[in-house]
Design a protein around this ligand. Sequence first.
Ligand code: ADP
Length: 163
Amino acid sequence: MNTAIYPGSFDPVTLGHLNIIKRASVCFDRLVVCVMVNSAKRGLFRPEERVELLRRCTQSLPNVEIDRSDELLAAYARRRGARVVVKGLRAVSDYEQEVQMAVINRKLNPDLETMFLASSDKYTYLSSTIVKEMARYGADLGEFLPREIVDDVMEKMQERKAD
Ligand code: ADP
C-alpha cells in the first residue's frame, strides 16, 4: 500500500489544510494526517482535541486516517511504512524552512521523500495562527475554517479569554 504522511500542528485544522488533505488523498492509497506534538509549544487545542476536529472534517474521505505522535517525523514515517511526506507550500516564506526539513528528514530516513503541493490561491494567506488571531477579536471564521469546527474554535477562544 502506498502510504503518505501529512504532518503538522493543526491547531486548529483550516480550510487550507483541508484543501491539501483532499488533493493529497487522491494521489495515495492511504493518507495519514498526523498531529505532531511539540511539548515546548502550548497550543489553543490539546493534541487529542486537534485529532477529534480533524476526524470530524475528514469523515467523508475513506482513505484518510488521523493520528498523533511525539516522535521524530523520520522515525514515525518508518514505523508507519510511509515513504512520502506531503507538505503544503503557501509562499516563498514557507520554502526555506520546508526544504531544510525535507533534507534533514531524508538524512535521518533515506527512504523518505518530501512532496510539496502548492497551496490553492484562495488559501495562500491562511494559517492557524491568523485564524486564532481573528477568533480572539470575534471575527467571522466561516471563510477560513471547516464549518464543522467554527463553533468549537470560538468557544475555546472564549474559554481562554476567561482564564
Ligand atoms: P500553520 O502554519 O497553519 O500552523 P501547520 O504546522 O499545521 O500550519 O502546517 C502543516 C502543513 O500544512 C505545512 O506543510 C504547512 O505549510 C501546510 N499549510 C498550512 N496552511 C496551509 C494553507 N493555507 N495552504 C496550504 N498549505 C498549508
